[in-house]
Design a protein around this ligand. Sequence first.
Ligand code: GLA
Length: 379
Amino acid sequence: MIDPISPHLPAPQFDVYAPGRVNLLGEHVDYNDGIVLPAAIDRYVHLQAVENSIPGVELTALDLGEHISFDLENLQADSLPEWARYPAGVAWVAQQRGLTVSGIRAVFTSTVPIGAGLSSSAAVEVAFGALWNELNGWGLTRLELARLCQQAENQFVGVNCGLMDQFASACGVKDHALMFDTRSLEFEPVPLPPGTVLVIADSGVRRTLAGSAYNQRRADCEEAVRILRKYLPAITSLRDVHVEDFNQWAIHLSERVQRHARHVIEEIARVQKAVHWLKQGDGAAFGQLMYEGHASLRDLYEVSIPELDALVEIASHLPGCLGARLTGAGFGGCTVNLVQEDAADTFVQSLAQEYTQRTGKSAEIYLCRASAGVFIHKE
Ligand code: GLA
């Protein structure tokens, strides 16, 4: 838990903690009806708020030193700074659904690094969503809350993301990864392999064009489905396409769309195998699939960068490392490493040293624990 913010807000006060997430496998498959394997992590957006007597919202982003007030009527993304679009988007979607949204005075801070692929924006959305869910008695389940937050990002912020990040922040389970089927919306917590820990390595490179490149990847997947349906009429998403069928019909797609669709189809098959190994507690077999997943994101989906490739390559030679890959959308951010517990300290030091030697940059590297989803204290 992070320290209280103490912003001198009057009581009754709500304290909300919404975690970031790391994804162990299943990248760029959540908007293709695939299965993902994220875990909520022990890094949080911490929000403190009181209900306002007037219908407006007053927000302070402590880490940025910025303050803004806005009306809940006629919300427009363009008129807000980027950081305020996430809470405003949640309010906007809720109002579109006919839910009451109270005015609030709120202050928030975050230990989830921004733009590092650990879902800081989803954590902000989920924190504000959980607050209004409580304050205004919306009665949404955690999964419903995640969907509302995803809609805020799709329709108000303008990033056409899948459901994984908001789901993990809302539904995380302590000490477990979450096997989440984004088609059926069923999920099952699965423990990490015994004797292993998760290490996050932050390349220090921040995403810049992630939004537009992300939307373009998604458009490619949609194009692949549209064309492949002529030959495979039963499919509704890339989840339905078997590798053999894809091999037969891929020739009808442009080369770029072929590469991108192939990643998705093979990654979905990889997650299905990985879930088997995870349930068997076989960290080595699972880790091997993490390496394969990284290679596919690098060579087929084209969302890696040299710094992330260096982190994975270095990790793969270090003692006790079972698997490593970039995590999240890519274009910068972090890798996730599955490491034997007794080798973790040396692993962290060696990875940091070799990364600096190789790239001249410094990486922040730390162990993370799988955490529970969003939680609220009322004082
Ligand atoms: C971002 C999106 C997620 C998911 C990942 C890639 O984090 O928000 O929905 O698509 O990228 O797996």
